[in-house]
Design a protein around this ligand. Structure first.
Ligand code: GUN
Length: 279
């Protein structure tokens, strides 16, 4: 029997609906500052989607954009100004940053209480300690998608094809917090299928179309595709969808799977940040 589709778009819509009603119960309008450096078209599109979602739920988004020539020092000073601005509840620095800027130094400037991406050492450290305070948006969304299948992650083999701070590392911590067994694999792993074949849950975010083929996936596995690639001009994920859906029990589509959940979880995090700051 072919896999059931996990409807990320629909689940995200429910998260956003709940967010809207939570915002309407606040005595103030939360504000998210979206920092965009440079002109990367994909980043511009993602930022637009995040701003549209803010508007739909009643969060004010402020686009703070800079040319790719901005110095590290100036960018850090601008983020520090957003930290001290009491009208700003959340700060998001869209990644990747242009070459020449030190990503970790820039992200570390964001005040942990406004760090809606969960990328500061404090929030990543809390996550590693098992405290899920401000959890990165894509990993948080992926957990919600897996939970929507009714699967208990305890004791499950979870294989993550990505070792970035945006997806793989925080996601591994979320799995560990749920007592799953985790393997993280990446472009330097010798044999991907050695790990993917053994997994009850495969999560991929490599940006390589058809990377995950049917013979790499165990019968009945859950397959979550957070990859974004282009194939014959079409937006696709990492998974050979048509073939893998015949093997998996649940599978996410691209588009309409993980992407909308990332945006919904950002909204969620912004509300949490705003509520915590006004407490
Ligand atoms: N670039 C790709 N994904 C993300 C994300 O979740 N947050 C930010 N800030 N940048 C990204």
């Amino acid at each position: 029997m072919p896999a059931k589709l996990i409807d990320g778009k629909g689940i995200a819509a429910k998260v956003l609906e709940a967010a809207k009603s939570r915002v309407s119960g606040l005595s103030f309008k939360p504000v998210l500052a979206v920092v965009l450096v440079g002109e990367d078209p994909a980043s511009k599109l993602y930022v637009q989607k995040k701003q549209d979602a803010c508007e739909n739920v009643g969060i004010e988004s402020k686009l703070v954009s800079f040319p790719e020539t901005i110095s590290q020092q100036d960018l850090i000073a601008k983020i520090e100004a957003l930290n001290s601005d009491e009208s700003v509840n959340g700060i998001l620095v869209q990644l990747p940053l242009p070459k020449g800027l030190d990503r970790n130094a820039v992200l570390e400037t964001v005040s942990p209480s406004k760090d809606v991406d969960g990328f500061t050492a404090e929030n990543l450290g809390l996550l590693a300690l098992g405290v899920e305070e401000m959890v990165s948006c894509t990993p948080k969304g992926i957990i919600k998608l897996i939970e929507s299948t009714g699967t208990d992650l305890k004791g499950k083999n979870c294989c993550i094809v990505n070792h970035s701070i945006v997806v793989g590392r925080p996601l591994a911590q979320l799995f560990l917090n749920r007592n799953a067994t985790v393997s993280i694999i990446h472009q330097f792993t010798k044999d991907l299928s050695e790990f993917t074949k053994n997994a009850d849950v495969v999560i991929t975010a490599a940006g390589v179309s058809d990377l995950i083929k049917a013979d790499m996936v165990k019968d009945g596995a859950i397959v979550i595709d957070a990859g974004i690639a282009r194939k014959n001009g079409k937006l696709v994920g990492d998974v050979d969808f048509e073939a893998v859906k015949e093997v998996a029990s649940f599978i996410t589509p691209v588009p309409g799977g993980v992407g909308p959940m990332t945006v919904a979880c950002l909204i969620d995090n912004t509300i949490v940040a705003a509520e915590n700051q006004r407490r």
